[in-house]
Design a protein around this ligand. Sequence first.
Ligand code: IMP
Length: 190
Amino acid sequence: MKIVFATNNLHKLSEVRAVLGDSFEIVTLREVGITEDIPETGATLDENASIKARYVYERTGLDCFADDTGLEVEALGGAPGVRSARYATDGHDFKANNRKLLHELEGTKCRRARFRTVISLIRGGVEQQVEGVVNGTIATEESGYEGFGYDPLFIPDGRSVTFAEMSADEKNAISHRGRAVAELVKLLKG
Ligand code: IMP
């Protein structure tokens, strides 16, 4: 079964392909001729996931899904949240974002945080949403080289290493996106 994943992020693509397995042929935006950045103008993760999925559906008429993820830090009132990609600068500068997060949390004891992923699926023109959450803490320095984004700073509950120190399989098994995709699979196979 063919389905468009509204992303060109190769990290996300390989994470999602690993969870969805061979039963679905996942096609990227580029492969369906969408080369422009889809505007993420929503005020929430739910809105942005929906905006991206609808954008793809309106242009292609194909079944599709889009995800939006945010890191929500308790001591920062849920920031960077929906602005996670553009926290430090307008670009997707992971290093600058991590530096800013460490700076904002300097001297802060409460370092609780969670990653939340919302996925909007449009199938046969009908939209449904699922989400996945992983709770954890923000480390005081970066560790590890796997993954992307805030992974070098995020230690999931029950573990003593960051996401960036785990293999892709280990991360997928407990991550926000892994959990959201598991819910997506239930919708697709149900
Ligand atoms: P997006 O809008 O879903 O692409 O995600 C927004 C931002 O959240 C990304 O630019 C990353 O900085 C961060 N992010 C999303 N997923 C992850 C993840 O699995 N690990 C670490 N950071 C992530």
